[in-house]
Design a protein around this ligand. Structure first.
Ligand code: HEC
Length: 235
């Protein structure tokens, strides 16, 4: 059972990363200056460490954050697929198809995908459009989240999820990651024990109530342009 799940996850990761790489390469066909040899070398060293599991847990060279490489390394079953994807990236870098900034974004996105296991941003967005998924997500929300985020998501201890301001970002990836990992320092628990399906559904439900602007807890965070709410003085 577990082995089947691991193999299925690995297969999914291969497909997801492959799709992503192709889409990404097409979108940067006209990229500007290539990386210099030293940067390519640093990048390759960092990626080799990631693949053999000796990279530091906090590897800035890979656009990393604390613990991220550790988590990627635990997904040993997907290492071949990561290796393939990164080989493609390296080739593109050497041909001068990718700029350093885009390379860094690509790294972050690949690692985001790993963090998300078998759930893709596309799957979450598809669930937002699927009434049965939203109904299931709402049930999960009522059972687990309403105590802190309010019955309608309008906020109590936890932030109001219906306004346009977000502390951790408003995209499907950001919302899913906050739900799966939690924010230990601020009292938002991690929800991995719900399983990927339920986390996907509840993330979709959260995205579906975004913008309803229900009266409740005062807005926190920033809007999609990075601007804070008009009249707050919290940092
Ligand atoms: C024990 C209280 C508590 C529970 C239960 C809880 N949350 Fe939270 N949640 C918080 C707090 C507090 C924050 C704010 C974290 C911060 O300030 O960084 C938060 C933040 C969030 C955010 C990010 C909001 C933003 O502005 O970026 C999302 C999304 C979220 N929670 C979803 C959920 C979901 C879905 C559930 C149920 C599966 C849930 N939460 C259950 C307390 C809770």
């Amino acid at each position: 059972m577990f082995v089947v799940a691991v193999v299925a996850t690995a297969g999914f990761a291969v497909a997801a990363i492959g799709l992503f790489i192709n889409a990404y390469r097409m979108s940067v066909a006209n990229a500007a200056a290539p990386l210099d040899a030293e940067s390519v070398q640093a990048y390759e060293t960092a990626q080799a460490k990631l693949l053999d599991g000796t990279g530091p847990a906090d590897d800035r060279a890979l656009g990393g954050e604390p613990g991220r490489n550790e988590r990627a390394n635990k997904l040993g079953a997907t290492r071949t697929s990561i290796s393939d994807a990164m080989a493609q990236v390296t080739q593109a870098v050497q041909k001068g198809e990718w700029t350093p900034v885009r390379l860094n974004q690509a790294q972050v996105e690949i690692l985001d995908r790993l963090d998300m296991g078998g759930v893709t941003p596309e799957a979450i967005l598809a669930a937002v459009q699927t009434p049965t998924e939203l109904t299931a997500g709402q049930a999960t929300f009522t059972a687990n989240c309403a105590a802190c985020h309010g019955a309608n998501g309008n906020g109590l201890v936890g932030p109001n999820l219906t306004d346009k301001y977000w502390i951790h970002g408003q995209g499907p990836t950001e919302v899913y990651k906050v739900i799966s990992k939690g924010v230990a320092a601020k009292g938002m628990p991690p929800w991995t024990h719900l399983g990927e399906e339920k986390m996907k559904q509840v993330a979709a439900y959260v995205l579906s109530i975004k913008g309803k602007n229900l009266e409740g807890k005062a807005p926190q965070g920033v809007d999609e342009n990075g601007n804070p709410p008009p009249s707050t003085n919290d940092g």
